[in-house]
Design a protein around this ligand. Structure first.
Ligand SMILES: [Zn+2]
Length: 119
């Protein structure tokens, strides 16, 4: 992880090229959709901020995804949408969460019907 102000150095240029981690994250989400579009839509993956990779697991809810990471703030938690995840959206999500975590903040977690609580 490089310096604190380097996040936006990876913004795409005029050719719309996104960082390797954004492309990797996009590939991971879209591959899950290819494998099982119906079954995997609405489920969650934990995308590492460091490299855009995941632990290879699809979680039923965000709290499960968080619980299986060493540290919540290593990852951005992405709910798989039927439309998939573009590299652009992955790029935005990753950079947003780097900034949020740096500021000791996070997005609110959705209520979890499986665990019956709001985190
Ligand atoms: Zn849950």
């Amino acid at each position: 992880m490089s310096g604190a102000n380097s996040h936006y150095a990876k913004d795409p240029g005029p050719l719309g090229l996104y960082s390797d981690e954004a492309k990797r994250a996009s590939d991971i989400v879209n591959l899950h959709l290819v494998v099982d579009p119906e079954g995997n839509s609405g489920r969650w993956v934990a995308i590492r901020l460091s490299d855009g990779g995941s632990d290879g697991t699809i979680y039923d809810c965000k709290c499960d995804a968080i619980r299986h990471q060493l540290s919540e703030k290593q990852c951005v938690y992405v709910q798989i949408q039927p439309s998939g995840l573009s590299a652009k959206d992955a790029h935005i999500l990753i950079n947003l969460h780097r900034d949020l975590y740096d500021a000791n903040r996070k997005l609110p977690d959705p209520p979890c019907p499986r665990h019956g609580r709001i985190m």
